[in-house]
Design a protein around this ligand. Structure first.
Ligand SMILES: Cc1cc2nc3c(=O)[nH]c(=O)nc-3n(C[C@H](O)[C@H](O)[C@H](O)COP(=O)(O)OP(=O)(O)OC[C@H]3O[C@@H](n4cnc5c(N)ncnc54)[C@H](O)[C@@H]3O)c2cc1C
Length: 320
């Protein structure tokens, strides 16, 4: 699939449930990583089950004390015999509640920052791997959020899927794609909410006529439709650049910045347009709203993305 098509699939899935869509794409991202870095070893062993959904995987960077500032990761990989021993703790990981395998980012040399970071494929059933629950909003149930402790978990040399020097560069490359599809997913949630509100407004009567026949009511939907269109154009631009192999750092950051805040605003407006009906469990407005706030943190928080965009506008010395 082109990246444009992938983003459209995720847009559609997120309209039903952002968490389930994230769970699926995060597992498949691991499949892609194994194929790229271990095409003859881990890929043939793991991909058939990952792609069929018989097994589930996740990517673990975040730790209890470290989120945005990845250089401070404390999970340590120490050489042991011909392999590595991993110790540390990860949290807020999609799929970690039930994953069979985890790509764990760990520091191989204390104090080396992102240059010392490596990625390991860890069997979640290995001795020393202990799951920890993350008790959060029920709106995130379908994400399988969880954490785990690594207590001297042994990894063979071939389980180091990305060595130091490669791991961080690979994350930065992959994160532009993730930012773009998260933006697409935010648009998908707004598109779904807009369709629901529009259909509801045609049948719900107030003051002797359907809601859609009240100008003030339908203007709310017009505002949402216009903001959604802007978000979708930013997503389409970033997707096209990815498909062309062009640099997409600023475009992906802008698409996610705009789409997350647009979705936070417009889902609130559309919920209001539904009246009390919008709070019923059969509608996803509240679930979607919580998801847009999660989307603004995962794969680079809003602050990180603003800094990314700001770097593009820095003046060079001597310029005015
Ligand atoms: C639903 C959900 C799913 C997630 N899934 C995963 C996953 O699968 N794998 C994984 O590894 N992680 C995952 N995460 C973690 C996510 O990547 C982190 O939440 C994110 O990196 C931010 O880290 P933090 O929450 O520790 O916030 P912090 O880094 O502690 O930041 C707190 C706040 O301060 C702001 N901030 C930080 N630094 C600065 C700065 N320099 N200037 C201004 N503001 C700043 C941040 O934007 C944020 O608003 C998930 C999170 C959520 C909510």
């Amino acid at each position: 699939m082109s990246f444009t098509d992938t983003a459209q699939v995720l847009h559609r899935l997120a309209g039903a449930d952002f968490g389930a869509a994230m769970a699926l794409v995060n597992s498949h991202n691991v499949a892609t990583l194994l194929l790229r870095y271990s095409p003859d070893g881990l890929a043939p062993a793991c991909l058939p089950d990952l792609l069929s959904g018989r097994t589930v995987a996740c990517t673990a960077l975040t730790e209890p004390d470290t989120g945005s500032d990845l250089a401070q990761l404390k999970t340590l990989a120490s050489p042991s015999g011909d392999g590595w021993l991993l110790s540390g703790e990860k949290t807020w990981i999609i799929n970690a509640a039930h994953a069979d395998g985890v790509v764990v980012y760990a520091q191989t040399k204390a104090g080396a920052g992102v240059k010392g970071m490596a990625a390991f494929w860890v069997d979640a059933h290995a001795p020393g791997f202990e799951r920890r629950p993350v008790s959060s909003s029920g709106a995130f149930n379908s994400m399988g959020l969880g954490g785990f402790v690594l207590n001297q978990v042994f990894c063979k040399p071939e389980q180091m899927v990305c060595p130091p020097g490669v791991a961080f560069a690979d994350i930065m490359d992959g994160i532009n794609r993730a930012r773009t599809y998260v933006a697409a997913m935010c648009c998908g949630m707004v598109a779904q909410a807009l369709a629901t509100a529009s259909a509801y407004g045609q049948q719900r009567q107030a003051f002797g006529k359907p809601l859609t026949q009240h100008q003030g009511w339908r203007w709310q939907l017009a505002q949402a439709a216009t903001a959604l269109k802007a978000g979708e154009l930013l997503v389409a631009d970033a997707c096209a650049r990815i498909d062309q192999g062009a640099d997409v750092q600023a475009e992906a950051a802008q698409a996610k910045l705009y789409a997350t805040s647009m979705a936070q605003t417009q889902l609130g407006e559309l919920l209001h347009a539904m009246g009390a009906e919008g709070f019923l469990d059969r509608h996803p407005f509240l679930r979607h709203l919580a998801a847009t706030h999660a989307a603004a943190l995962a794969d680079g928080s809003t602050a990180m993305l603003l800094e990314r965009v700001a770097q593009n506008f820095r003046l060079k010395p001597g310029e005015s």
